[in-house]
Design a protein around this ligand. Structure first.
Ligand code: DP6
Length: 399
């Protein structure tokens, strides 16, 4: 941060959500958040899904404080503290190395963060949230370089949101976790035809959170052990290769198999964990029947620790596939827009295709679809009117 004076120094950034196509599930070190296997994800475009964070630094602040989606939260949470401590440590190192702009190190911060998607949508927001927090703090304290190892200590999957496009989180082998970092496999511009549809499922149970779910899986599931040791290493290579070659059928098959094995490991956990709902199962059947009808893999699904499906497909198949989803999950006629995000053109659904899919429709099973694509990593927001904190460093009234 530049010049030290009585006005808080403000910086705002945004960061993306990511969806893993090779899943992270299980830690070998709970404190440092070191995984039992590497993982690979696609960063989603921030035009549709993002977290925005403003950090204010001032010598007048008495303590570090945090507001999330308009509500003050407890900043003493150990994972938040890890991120703050690590950024301040790097800033101190920079100052000791003679960088004059790393001022204000002893100063307290105010942090304010919002998501542009409803929390009720059940989309994992911790990855975008921690990525945005770490990126913004780094900007505020003048810290540079790879910050994925710090974001990882907020939430494992957050390290992959530090980059755009296709991102690998290498599990690493060191005990101190220094080599457990994310790196870009390909930028978002690499595969422009690739489209992503988030199918927001309606019925929501309070599921088991990822952190405690994966802890029980590590303790009890032999399938998870086998997966981490013998399945994922090869899959990582195959997935990287499929992405490099833009080989959709190979990418799609690996994505679906990996999602299925993750959920199988959840079922193999004792007591078992169920994240998929009857709507999720219906989406799985729908995708396989759709692909079978065409005799090729045009569409893939992936599910995280919840019932929402994330669909991968090519731009050319989006209009028809959306019609299929709309037909088998008829939305509420008076409800909100069924399709949000990137515009989707109309398509006609053939009777032949409807019959080939042949499922019993589930009215209102899916609330809405967010249509998006791969996107860039975190960014600084240069327009000062976008700050979430006022010039005094407190949340703006409009939040
Ligand atoms: C199913 O990153 O939320 O989404 O490291 O405990 O914060 P913590 O877990 P988290 O787990 C994400 C699990 C997943 C798969 C993935 O994103 O790779």
């Amino acid at each position: 941060m530049p010049e030290d004076n009585d006005n808080p120094y403000l910086v705002s950034c945004s960061a993306p959500v990511n969806i893993a196509v090779i899943k992270y599930w299980g830690k070998r070190d709970e404190d440092l958040i070191l995984p039992i296997n590497s993982s690979l994800s696609v960063t989603l475009h921030q035009d549709q899904l993002k977290t925005t964070t403003t950090v204010a630094v001032s010598r007048l602040f008495k303590e570090d404080r945090l507001w999330l989606n308009g509500k003050e939260e407890d900043i003493t949470h150990p994972r938040l503290q890890s991120c703050l401590r690590e950024i301040r440590r790097l800033a101190r190192k920079r100052r000791n190395d003679g960088n004059p702009d790393s001022a204000g190190l002893s100063h307290k911060v105010h942090i304010c963060s919002v998501n542009n998607f409803p929390t009720a949508a059940g989309l994992a927001s911790s990855a975008a949230g921690f990525a945005c927090l770490v990126y913004s703090l780094a900007q505020a304290f003048g810290v540079e370089g790879d910050l994925s190892g710090i974001a990882r200590q907020g939430s494992g999957s957050a390290c992959r949101s530090m980059y755009g496009g296709f991102v690998e989180w290498k599990m690493g082998s060191r005990e101190d976790g220094k080599d457990s970092v994310a790196q870009q496999v390909e930028p978002e511009s690499h595969w422009p035809e690739l489209r992503i549809l988030v199918l927001v499922a309606s019925a929501k149970r309070k599921p088991i959170g990822s952190t405690s779910g994966m802890q029980t899986s590590v303790q009890t599931s032999l399938l998870l052990k086998h997966r981490a040791e013998s399945v994922v290493p090869r899959r990582m290579d195959e997935m990287t290769e499929a992405i490099r070659r833009k080989d959709f059928p190979a990418f799609a098959e690996l994505t679906m198999k990996d999602s299925n094995q993750f959920h199988a490991s959840c079922l193999d956990t004792y007591p078992p964990i169920f994240y998929l709902s009857s709507v999720s199962q219906q989406v799985i059947h729908l995708v396989h029947r759709y692909n079978r009808h065409y005799g090729e893999t045009r569409v893939a699904y992936s599910f995280d620790a919840g019932p929402n499906a994330v669909i991968f497909t090519s731009q050319q198949h989006v209009p028809e596939f959306v019609q299929v989803v709309q037909h088998f999950f008829p939305p509420d006629a008076n409800g909100e827009d069924f399709i949000k995000g990137l515009p989707v053109t109309d398509a006609v659904l053939s009777e032949e295709l409807k019959q080939a899919v042949g499922l019993e429709p589930m009215p209102k099973g899916i609330n809405y679809i967010i249509s998006t694509k791969a996107g860039p990593g975190p960014r600084v927001i240069s327009d000062p009117s976008q700050h979430l904190l006022s010039s005094d460093g407190f949340p703006k009234k409009t939040l």
